[in-house]
Structures are given as C-alpha cells and as structure tokens.
Ligand binder design. Structure first.
Ligand code: ATP
Length: 259
C-alpha cells in the first residue's frame, strides 16, 4: 500500500511489544509537511514508542511507516540511521549533551557528522543558539549551563541541519514551570519559521497536574492533538484542558502562536 501523497509522515496499523508486553496496538497516523502535532496520553500509553517507530529507531512488529512516500519499515538499519541523521531531529526529555564539547560544538554535531566544514557548522550552530536565546552560552561546556540552557542547546542541535521532521519526546519534562513554556514556544516558533514538521509528545495534562502548564502550552502551540491510550488512538477527547473540546484525536488545537 502506498502512503497518501499529501502526508509527509504516515503510519498504518503499528504494533510493537516489549518482551511480549504490548506498547502499540494498531496505531495509525498521518502528518502533513509543516504540521505541529501534539501527541498526548497518560504515562505508558505508547507515546515514546510511537515516536521511535515513526523516526525509524524501532521497527514495528506489524504495520508500515512511510516518509515522503518512501517506506521506512523495510529499510535496512544503516539506511534508517542515515535517514535519521539527515532528515530527522530528536529532542529527548533530558538534554544529552557531550560534556567535553562546548554548547556550539554540541549544537553543530549533526552538521559535522554530515561532513560540513568546521567554520560553516560553527556559524550555523551559533545562529541557532542565538535564535533560541542561548547565544551567550556558545563557548561554555554543558556543566556550566543551567538545565533550561542545556535543553535549548539540545533543541538547537535538533534543528541545526534543517531536518524535515523533529521528534520531541517530552522536551520540557526536566524544566521548571517558567522555562517550559519558553522552550516550547522557541521550538515551535523556530520550526514554523523553517517549515519543519514537529511531533511533540506530552503527558496527558488532564491527568498529570504537575505537567499541566507545559502540556497545555504544547497542545495550544500545536495544529492538532493526537491522543493515545493503552497503545491505541483514543476515540474521544480525554481532556477539557487548554486544547479545549475541539481537541479530539483528529481535532484542531487552537494555534495561537505569536512568538
Ligand atoms: N524499554 C522498554 N522495556 C520494556 N517495556 C517498555 C520499554 N519502554 C516502554 N515500555 C513499556 O511500553 C509501554 C509504553 O511505553 P512508552 O514509553 O512508549 O509510553 P509513554 O506514553 O511514552 O510513557 P511516558 O509518558 O511515561 O514516557 C509502557 O507500558 C512501558 O512500560
């Protein structure tokens, strides 16, 4: 089966289990170019597993993943790694930076791995750090930075090579309340200004009060919310939160980004 031509990323009937314990049970999703999609659901609902299948880190046991009308699920490991390196960016819940490298060197890693020259990689990485309000940290090593600064460097690293898709797995989890909305806005604004598609996993803010502000912001910055429950797409809205009643599995979130 071919993917719909207007979906940049498309998956059908994904199943994945860890040691026989199901994490995804037939998830299908389509994402258009430039869309910002918030993936919500309670802890353990399969958000990370879905992101990892869509980004080619995991091979689904059943189902198909297509990127730009080409199959990802049939690619050999080396080809999937090349695809991830060139076309995708990944932001984890904790900023895994290389401690020996400065902030700009960390941000520039995808470019350097692609074979870009040192000087040009430095210029591009510094520009992204400026855009993310951590330009003055460019020469510092991760240990000298606050957690929010480190996470911004990780965001810069995910965007620096102008990927087609950025997968962000609860990128604000380690941050204080005040930093969360800022990092999400910075990510979202940068992605929108460069036409980068974003899949952003967030906890179900209706169920997790501590994450409410960040996830409400993440959802409000998204074009659309997709909700998972027990490894399946939820059929009804699970929240009356900031995304509002329109934010069902296929519903549109308010897109109120103005940064
Ligand atoms: N490496 C692993 N080994 C075994 N089980 C796993 C592993 N990773 C995830 N799981 C299980 O798979 C299910 C889905 O987990 P997943 O991390 O995808 O959900 P999630 O919605 O991202 O959760 P969270 O919000 O807590 O990160 C859960 O039951 C989880 O315990």
């Amino acid at each position: 089966m071919a993917a719909p031509p207007d979906d940049m990323l498309w998956a059908r009937g994904l199943h994945y289990a860890y040691d026989g314990s199901p994490a995804l049970q037939g998830v299908s999703i389509g994402v258009k170019e430039g869309e910002v999609v918030a993936l919500t659901g309670p802890r353990g609902s399969g958000k990370t597993t879905l992101l990892r299948c869509l980004s080619g880190q995991l091979l689904p046991e059943q189902g198909e993943v297509w990127f730009n009308s080409s199959p990802v699920h049939t690619l050999a490991r080396a080809a999937r790694e090349r695809l991830r390196l060139r076309r995708f960016g990944w932001i984890d819940s904790s900023p895994r930076l290389v401690p020996e490298l400065t902030a700009w060197e960390n941000a520039a890693l995808p470019l350097l791995l692609h074979g870009s020259g040192y000087r040009s990689a430095r210029g591009t990485a510094r520009a992204w750090l400026e855009r993310l309000d951590v330009g003055d940290c460019a020469g510092k090593r991760p240990a000298a930075l606050h957690q929010a600064q480190r996470q911004r460097v990780a965001v810069a690293r995910a965007l620096v090579h102008s990927p087609d898709v950025v997968f962000a797995d609860e990128p604000t989890a380690p941050l204080h309340q005040g930093d969360r909305a800022q990092v999400l806005r910075a990510l979202s604004a940068a992605a929108r200004s460069h036409g980068i598609t974003v899949l952003l996993a967030t906890h179900d803010f209706a169920l997790d009060q501590s994450a409410r502000t960040a996830d409400a912001t993440g959802a409000a910055l998204a074009d659309r919310i997709v909700t998972l429950t027990d490894g399946r797409r939820a059929r009804t809205p699970t929240t009356g939160g900031a995304a509002g009643p329109s934010a069902g599995p296929e519903g549109s979130a308010a897109c109120s980004l103005s940064v």
